[in-house]
Ligand binder design. Sequence first.
Ligand SMILES: Cc1cc2nc3c(=O)[nH]c(=O)nc-3n(C[C@H](O)[C@H](O)[C@H](O)COP(=O)(O)OP(=O)(O)OC[C@H]3O[C@@H](n4cnc5c(N)ncnc54)[C@H](O)[C@@H]3O)c2cc1C
Length: 277
Amino acid sequence: MADIENTTIPEIATIDEIRDEIVDVKTFYLTFDQRPDKKPFAFKSGQFIMCTVFGAGEFAVSLPACPTNDRFHITLRKIGKVTNALHDLKVGDKIGVRGPFGNGFPFEDIKGKNVIYVAGGIGLIPLRSSIMHVMQNNQQFGRILLFYGSRTPRELMYQQNLKEWKTAPGFETFVTVDNPVPGWDGSTGFVHTLIKKTDIPLKDTVAFVCGPPVMFNAVIQELVERGLDENNIISTLERHMKCGIGKCQHCSIGRTLVCTDGPVYTYHQIKTLGEQI
Ligand SMILES: Cc1cc2nc3c(=O)[nH]c(=O)nc-3n(C[C@H](O)[C@H](O)[C@H](O)COP(=O)(O)OP(=O)(O)OC[C@H]3O[C@@H](n4cnc5c(N)ncnc54)[C@H](O)[C@@H]3O)c2cc1C
């Protein structure tokens, strides 16, 4: 739960470093100015924060860092007014941060299970934190598999991490692109076709799936047809958010408020909400 003042008044953070990930997507590493004791920003994988770009506005963003052992950062695609303003900022500039908000991933419930991650494009951003957490605690889990697809090799996110995950002990990493380029020696085709070709565990297994709607729906169909329980498929919903604390109802879907009840839901819950991904 966020400190009470962090729910409404932004904390000030300085941008330490900016990395270009792929076209229109940058990672911003942040240090919190008002934490002279260097107390880390505490959060759970799967939670989000509200970020202010002063003079432009606020947006919701996932927390891709591992909560226990990583540099705090956010990764943003520029898409509209505020995210464009963020992309114009430089190292040393300041932004506001409220949160963390939302429920987070259910790690206690998945201990001892096999874990399958399936991400498409920038859908890897909200899953990165969970992947790092599971990787660092891999003795607590069964098989750990990551299926990741992007349109082209240039659009693969977190390329340094992908290299590390490929050789990490106990980690099975499968990467595919829709459109290969000369020099690409990896798999080609949609990410659900890669799952189809792979011997995946189904018993005592939980799958985390994030990506664009067409990819999400194809992956869900494949996993459900293979026999994975809908309650064991987990995703995060992105809805336009304003307050982040359940007051304004901007992100309501039927009975649920994505900012407080979510953003993490099982596929069974998403279906029950009648929600289209
Ligand atoms: C919980 C959560 C986590 C998120 N995490 C990330 C992240 O890690 N990285 C990232 O790049 N983006 C993330 N987003 C999306 C990000 O919040 C929006 O892209 C941002 O608010 C756009 O602001 P803007 O002013 O630049 O664009 P706007 O001018 O507000 O919008 C530009 C266009 O995008 C659409 N849009 C904006 N926000 C959303 C949304 N939430 N859902 C659907 N359509 C939307 C608008 O309808 C409009 O068509 C997340 C959203 C949520 C709710």
